[in-house]
Write a new protein. Structure first.
Ligand code: MLT
Length: 242
């Protein structure tokens, strides 16, 4: 076996995805506020699976055809008309979501998921499952791309901060020859590694969501390791591997 380390790179926006070779890699999808946090929380709380879909129309059609499913998602941070539930990790406690399939469509997170075509594995990453994701990446011995869902292709701080947390934890085991990864690590280090919400209050999506009274959601989304579960894409569904 070669002693060369696999590579670790960060893609800061879906608009840059074409610049990266994802074939055979592990791709971590990151949408801290809030899609990947919601997926992680719902699966840890017992959801049978999450089906990420691109459009509200598809979400409703799939939801109608699947017994024991819920349609959920947002557009521009608000529950999309026609869907039953939103994109809040707090909406899916165990007594509500246990055994159900969440059919989810969001502005950025589920979109990026559908853009990655040839990865060996797609993983859902969030602060809520930070350690589980890092342990998984260390165990794979494969190239890794940390993919930030960003906001409508524009850079965002919360996804970059999480990417930096991962680079800082696992970077020693990889060849990190990527300035986006170095920059993300610097950003993470600048926070001192804690109190992320203070840092993120001055971010565009924090401002956008706080205008809808969703501060509690965002505080929840930056709680490390609250939901230790490994959500992996298998076929068209995301399932929990514990
Ligand atoms: C997204 O996928 O765009 C987000 O998760 C938006 C949100 O609900 O905050």
């Amino acid at each position: 076996m070669s002693s060369e380390k696999p590579s670790l790179e960060v893609c800061l926006s879906p608009a840059l995805l074409h610049l990266y070779n994802t074939a055979g890699s592990v791709v971590v999808i990151i949408d801290i506020f809030r899609a990947t946090s919601t997926i992680t929380a719902a699966l840890h709380n017992g959801a049978a699976s999450v089906i990420p879909v691109a459009s509200v129309q598809d979400c409703i059609a799939i939801g109608n055809s699947l017994p024991n499913s819920l349609t959920a998602g947002e557009r521009d941070g608000k529950i999309a008309p026609g869907l039953q539930h939103g994109n809040s990790p707090l909406e899916y406690p165990t007594d509500f979501v246990q055994g159900k399939t969440l059919v989810l469509t969001t502005t950025n997170g589920t979109r990026l998921l559908h853009m990655v075509k040839d990865a060996a594995q797609i993983v859902i990453g969030s602060f809520l499952n930070l350690s589980v994701v890092c342990d998984y990446l260390l165990a794979q011995n494969k190239n890794v791309l940390l993919g930030c869902a960003s906001w409508k292709d524009k850079y965002n701080l919360e996804d970059t901060l999480f990417a930096g947390a991962v680079v800082s934890r696992v970077g020693h085991a990889f060849e990190v020859n990527c300035d986006a990864a170095r920059g993300a690590r610097h950003l993470f280090n600048s926070t001192g590694g804690s109190n992320f919400i203070n840092f993120l209050r001055d971010s565009s999506h924090y401002r956008r969501l706080s205008a809808y009274g969703l501060e509690e959601d965002m505080e929840y989304c930056v709680t490390p390791d609250k939901h230790p579960v490994l959500p992996l894409l298998q076929g068209d569904r995301i399932v929990a591997v514990r």
